[in-house]
Design a protein around this ligand. Structure first.
Ligand code: ATP
Length: 456
């Protein structure tokens, strides 16, 4: 890579020498003889790398002061100090102040080239890591603009940094783990581990070993459990209500004592772990049935957060579809597709029992299956039958057969009711938008709803 390198030294011979060597390597260089010229050159255009003399005789500021200014304005701009013979100590303090490295006069050309390449490579890697991080944050963004999702986002932003234990409830696939990850990324533990323990998929026999780890097993070895692995970070326990009673007792003790013993062990392990747990069950009902400890419920749920189901926020469906198409397209290379209005209407009025996960799976399936003309829209008839049922289900869950057994008048009334309820839900209760979509006058729709006994 050809980089833009600024060489700052009061001795003209030195700066020309350094610049010459770097240019021979294919880089572009600029030079400055004083602190003010150096800062002005950076101001004009941020270079990729700076070689900076420590002394800078005859300048307003010395090299260390210039370094300080550069680091405050451009923390990621790598600076290599040029140190005179015998002032290694100053060079070391420059490194403490943020310089990448130093070269000592007189220096060999290959040492100079090597340091330059390393500094440029380190800065490139740093940038890459930052990009990847921001991309993965973007990939796990809580998407949606509905009121309920805004409330969720606010709750997460408030609770994230507090370090308090959080209990997340919500239907399967609604985004509980995503919520937990967002909480973690907003906390002071963001650079620590985020460990997932899925209580639903672990058998009661192995639950404690998974959570606490084991000691003195058959092979005499010890295994680190999820709690220990999450030290300094967050432990996310999924489907907490599926934990066996005995484990519930033990985890409660961990929460009280802040330490635990490994299975088969005698030493107490002290950890600093924030526990975020989740459940898709009705926990008060589990407590009433004696399956879940009430005191544990209160300990885990210092801050309760509820994730809305997708059916509660149908207006987010188009944005979520766009979000997933973008995501899937960038990871698989599949082209994004346009969704025709009739298909969108079906997608928005579907109940989505599997919530956002089910929606995402369907988007992926459509992108794979709908091949051919990349400009062709996805229309309602291309949707899988599981979603595409055009007759809304009737109360009691019966489908078309029930309608068939009724006189036209009653069947029509049931159909109209279900149809209108679904459309209104789709537009989040906004009657004007519903009326416009279904092609009725707003006042006529109001009258219709009243006659069907819907709404106030
Ligand atoms: N609001 C959202 N915006 C973007 N993606 C979302 C949103 N909610 C959920 N997802 C995505 O949907 C999928 C399911 O979410 P997640 O695993 O967090 O659900 P869950 O409630 O933890 O599921 P389960 O109950 O099965 O553990 C994930 O791919 C997640 O990234």
């Amino acid at each position: 890579m050809s980089a833009d390198i600024l060489v700052v030294d009061d001795e003209v011979d030195i700066r020309e020498l350094v610049a010459g060597i770097l240019e021979d390597e294919g880089h572009r260089t600029r030079t400055a003889g004083t602190s003010d010229d150096a800062l002005a050159a950076i101001e004009t255009r941020r270079p990729h790398l700076v070689f900076l003399d420590i002394w800078l005789q005859g300048s307003r500021l010395d090299g260390l002061q210039v370094l300080e200014i550069i680091k405050s304005q451009h923390p990621d701009l790598p600076v290599v100090m040029i140190s005179g013979h015998g002032n290694i100590e100053t060079a070391v303090s420059a490194i403490k102040a943020g310089a990448y490295d130093f070269i000592e006069k007189p220096f060999k050309a290959d040492r100079l080239v090597l340091v330059a390449e390393r500094a440029l490579e380190a800065s490139r890697l740093k940038r890459e890591v930052r990009d990847l991080r921001s991309r993965s944050v973007q990939a796990s963004r809580i998407a949606g603009k509905s009121i309920v999702i805004n409330q969720l986002r606010q709750a997460v932003e408030r609770a994230g940094p507090t370090n308090a234990r959080i209990l997340i409830t919500g239907a399967p696939g609604s985004g509980k783990e995503l919520t937990a990850r967002t909480v973690h990324s907003l906390s002071t533990r963001a650079n620590g581990p985020f460990v997932v323990l899925s209580a639903a998929t672990i058998t009661p026999d192995t639950m404690e070993a998974e959570l606490f780890g084991t000691e003195g097993g058959a092979d005499g070895g010890r295994r680190v459990g999820a709690l220990e692995e999450a030290h300094g970070g967050t432990l996310y326990i999924d489907e907490i209500a599926d934990m066996p009673r005995e484990t519930q007792n033990r985890i409660l003790r961990v929460l009280v004592d802040q330490n635990f013993q490994r299975v088969g062990g005698t030493t107490r392990v002290h950890v600093d772990v924030r526990i975020v747990s989740s459940s898709s069950r009705d926990l008060p009902a589990e407590i009433a049935a004696g399956r879940f400890r009430e005191d544990l419920f209160h300990r885990l749920g210092v801050i309760p957060i509820r994730v809305p189901s997708l059916a509660e926020r149908r207006e987010d469906v188009p944005e979520l579809i766009e979000f997933f198409m973008e995501q899937i397209s960038s990871t698989t290379g599949l082209p994004k597709r346009r969704i025709a209005e009739d298909a969108m209407a079906v997608l928005q009025s579907h109940d989505w029992p599997g919530n956002v996960r089910q929606l995402r799976n369907n988007v992926e399936r459509l992108m794979i299956l709908v091949s051919g003309d990349p400009d062709a829209e996805i229309t309602a008839d291309m949707l899988p039958s599981e979603i595409g049922a055009l007759v809304p289900s009737t109360p009691g869950g019966a489908g078309g057969e029930k309608l068939m057994s009724l006189p036209l008048r009653d069947a029509r009334e049931i159909f109209e009711r279900e149809y209108l309820l679904a459309q209104i839900a789709r537009f989040s209760g906004n009657i004007s938008r519903t009326a416009e979509f279904i092609g009725m006058e707003r006042s006529a729709l109001h009258r219709k709803l009243k006659s069907l006994g819907i709404g106030g």
